[in-house]
Design a protein around this ligand. Structure first.
Ligand SMILES: Cc1cc2nc3c(=O)[nH]c(=O)nc-3n(C[C@H](O)[C@H](O)[C@H](O)COP(=O)(O)OP(=O)(O)OC[C@H]3O[C@@H](n4cnc5c(N)ncnc54)[C@H](O)[C@@H]3O)c2cc1C
Length: 308
């Protein structure tokens, strides 16, 4: 159990690091696409990779738990918040384009990378343009949509390990599979800092047409107008979650401010005043009903952060 004085002493050390913002008791709800979540004890925003290199060994030695936060679009954050340190990657967003490769820092959003690809007449990233989230989060999750996934385009990635050292892994070492990667499977607690993707030459009008088509598909089928964390369950082999949930008569079912979307049953949405507890209770109810009706065990896709 860490005390307030442990956190204060670490805070003083962290404040000496250049290009690092240090904040205490920061509400996390605004950093989560679900718009729920209590405060974090410490909230760190490195503005350069050098700051991340310096802070990692300090916080690892302090033994205070830490969590790397991208755009919070695949998270359910506890109403009680997080007793530990959040490292927010939102200010790590430099990039460079060389021939057919884009190398970007992990805080850059997928839609920004898709724009960059379009401006450089590079095709093959259209699938990711509408996936909310950062490049680091997309690597962690091997995010994908409409037949494409990060695995198709990633060449290599760089990480900062717990000792503050830079590590580079190539595509096969990243162990990218359906909605998972080495970061999830082996949980090395590294921070991804740079990812290189390789695309193919294409024509701007074709890229734009594909992005528009997928955008319209997404907005017509998914509840993009309400806070959520995207698909709430992983697709079980041989099934689609939406129809399974509809069969269990859970579409539109609501607990507190959390509702199984009436537009797409595979999403849980925040109707405005949901708590994380409402969301978790609704997830459990849906899982139980689907299991009862179809015998399928649903697995939650977003990560949980904090105490539940
Ligand atoms: C409306 C909506 C639609 C969505 N549609 C899709 C979809 O079509 N396909 C899909 O795959 N997903 C979808 N998602 C889910 C989400 O957008 C993706 O999983 C995304 O890749 C998460 O990225 P993030 O930056 O928000 O990660 P976060 O939610 O911030 O974090 C997710 C995990 O990644 C880890 N992480 C983040 N950055 C780093 C880093 N730099 N280094 C190490 N670990 C890191 C975090 O620690 C955490 O464990 C959707 C979400 C929403 C809200």
């Amino acid at each position: 159990m860490k005390t307030l004085s442990d956190i204060n002493s670490l805070t003083n050390k962290l404040k000496k690091i250049n290009y690092l913002q240090v904040e205490k008791n920061k509400s996390l709800a605004e950093f989560a696409s679900f718009k729920v979540g209590g405060p974090a004890d410490l909230f760190l925003t490195p503005e350069k990779v050098s700051a991340l290199k310096e802070l990692m060994p300090l916080i690892v030695n302090s033994n205070i738990p830490y969590f790397i936060l991208g755009k919070g679009s695949n998270l359910i954050i506890s109403d009680k918040g997080y007793r530990g340190i959040i490292i927010y990657t939102g200010s790590l967003n430099h990039y460079q384009v060389e021939a057919r490769q884009i190398t970007a820092e992990c805080g850059l959003e997928l839609k920004e990378i898709a724009d960059l690809a379009y401006k450089n007449s590079l095709g093959g990233f259209e699938f990711a343009a509408g996936i909310p989230g950062s490049l680091g989060g997309a690597l962690y999750m091997n995010a994908g949509a409409y037949g494409g996934e990060m695995k198709d385009v990633i060449v290599k990635a760089q990480f900062i390990n717990q000792r503050g050292k830079l590590i580079e892994l190539n595509k096969s070492e990243l162990k990218l599979e359906y909605r998972t990667s080495i970061l999830q499977k082996e949980d090395p607690d590294w921070a991804a800092v740079n990812v290189t993707i390789e695309l193919k030459r294409s024509e701007k009008k074709l890229i734009k047409a594909k992005m528009d088509e997928l955008h319209n598909k997404r907005w017509s089928k998914q509840p993009m107008e309400l806070p959520s964390a995207g698909s709430i369950f992983k697709r079980p082999p041989g099934h689609y979650t939406g129809p399974l949930i509809e069969k269990a008569k859970m579409k539109g079912f609501q607990i507190g401010g959390a509702q199984v979307s009436t537009k797409h049953a595979g999403f849980i949405v925040n109707k405005g005043n949901a708590t994380a507890e409402d969301i978790v209770n609704l997830i459990e109810k849906v899982k139980a009903e689907v299991y009862k009706i179809s015998g399928v065990q649903l697995e939650v896709e977003p990560r949980f952060l904090g105490e539940f």
